[in-house]
Design a binder for this molecule. Structure first.
Ligand code: FAD
Length: 389
């Protein structure tokens, strides 16, 4: 069967390089990791060693110096191979905050080690149980005392903490009552996780629907050297927002990879499975939903490339980045549903991988950002309708 992605030869060298790494980690590998709720350490190490996770780090710091378009192709290929970028995508883009806002000393110290995989910066602590999506209401505080900050508070859904050396933390440094804008007074810190549990940081894993290492994190008089503040105190919320467009484009590309994977599996099974003496794909009731899901993946893919093109050209791309994430997450979810339905009972069998990928792609409707938040961005900022929150 021919390739259903007409752009699968764009950036051919990168795509092939990623495919070569992923080919070493087939179904059996992912099923084994999933069954023991393990972390795909060998897979992440192989991608790191091949340099793919350092794509966005400038070459002067030992990274790949690639564009967001090129980086998006890497994540697309990972998901299209049947793997899950969620285990490692953050290593690719969290460092963006450090790159854009960190001091020369911080960049010199950390970026080369992140690029070569010596240090993993793939934990990003923003969400809190009481604030949820309303990030400016976070209650974790970092109080300056001499040459350090003392952090107290609680985070939830903080992923990959147990497989990171460094964490990027958002905490309030000025009480919300004392700032003009509620988005002021938040700051970003680089947390060294080495031995952190003996210094007041507690990590409680959360069992969840996907095989995804995510945790509750508690800070109890946890000290952070003032030198680990990233950028200026009080401007952290803006720094986090700065990274959102790139993140949305990259996540959209993962969804596109999933979408093509599901469509591939569905069309193959629909062609091979014989019921009532003919392939089930001969029935339009089976064929048309697959064709429709494919149309939606292709359309979302165009928006992803458009958003990435604008981003790489340094042009405003907020609308397109949000549209790409929305359309791609919807298309991958539709494809997942269609693929599972096409497989009938076997869609539920772990050995077909469909149920695992189904669970994984469902997450994109909620994290890193829930669909309603994207719709509200489009409604308010693009369509200029009244603000809802
Ligand atoms: C597996 C997993 C991994 C994660 N990893 C991380 C991580 O590494 N770091 C991190 O900081 N966070 C992480 N998150 C958190 C994730 O970003 C949040 O779950 C997500 O942003 C939604 O926030 P919430 O769960 O608090 O939902 P809530 O804010 O409680 O919202 C619940 C629902 O209501 C909707 N809603 C809320 N307010 C409105 C409104 N005004 N209008 C319309 N709809 C609304 C939301 O869209 C959502 O569907 C992770 C989550 C999961 C599940």
């Amino acid at each position: 069967m021919s390739d259903i992605n007409p752009r699968s030869t764009d950036h051919a060298e990168y795509r092939q390089g990623v495919r070569d790494v992923c080919a070493r980690f087939g179904s059996a590998y992912w099923q084994e990791v999933d069954s023991r709720a393990g972390y795909p350490e060998a897979f992440v190490k192989a991608l790191t060693d091949a340099g793919w996770l350092a794509a966005l780090i400038p070459t002067e710091y030992g990274g790949g110096g690639m564009s967001v378009t090129e980086a998006s192709v890497i994540l697309e290929e990972i998901n299209r191979s049947g793997a899950n970028s969620g285990a490692c995508h953050a290593q690719m883009y969290i460092m963006g905050t450090l790159l854009r806002h960190g001091s020369a000393e911080q960049k010199r110290r950390y970026l080369p080690a992140i690029a070569n995989g010596e240090l993993r910066l793939q934990s990003f602590a923003v969400t809190e149980p009481s604030a949820g999506t309303d990030t400016t209401k976070i209650k974790t505080v970092a109080e300056r005392r001499g040459d350090r900050y003392v952090v107290n508070g609680q985070k939830i859904w903080i992923s990959r903490v147990q497989h990171s050396d460094l964490m990027l933390l958002l905490a309030r440094t000025t009480p919300i009552a004392d700032v003009k804008k509620k988005s002021d007074g938040l700051s970003v810190f680089l947390i060294d996780l080495e031995g952190a549990e003996s210094r007041g940081l507690r990590v409680r894993p959360i069992r969840n629907m996907v095989n995804h290492e995510t945790n509750e994190v508690f800070f109890d008089d946890f000290e952070v050297p003032a030198a680990n503040l990233v950028g200026e105190e009080g401007k952290g919320f803006r720094y986090i927002l700065d990274g959102m467009n790139a993140e949305r484009i990259l996540i959209a590309a993962e969804c596109i990879g999933d979408g093509y994977w599901f469509i591939d599996r569905a069309r193959k099974y629909a062609t091979e499975r014989i019921v009532f003496d003919r392939p089930i794909g001969e029935n339009q009731g089976v064929q048309f939903p697959i064709a429709r899901a494919y149309a939606n993946v292709r359309a979302a893919d165009l928006m992803r490339y458009e958003a990435a093109r604008l981003y790489d050209a340094g042009e405003p791309c907020g609308a397109e980045a949000n549209l790409a994430k929305l359309l791609a997450a919807d298309a991958s979810w539709e494809s997942a549903n269609v693929c599972l339905q096409t497989h009938g009972g076997l869609g539920f069998a772990a050995e077909y991988d469909v149920e695992r990928k189904f669970r994984e792609t469902r997450l994109y409707q909620v994290a890193p950002l829930s669909t309603n938040l994207i719709l509200s961005h489009l409604g308010e900022h693009v369509l200029e309708m009244p603000r809802s929150f």
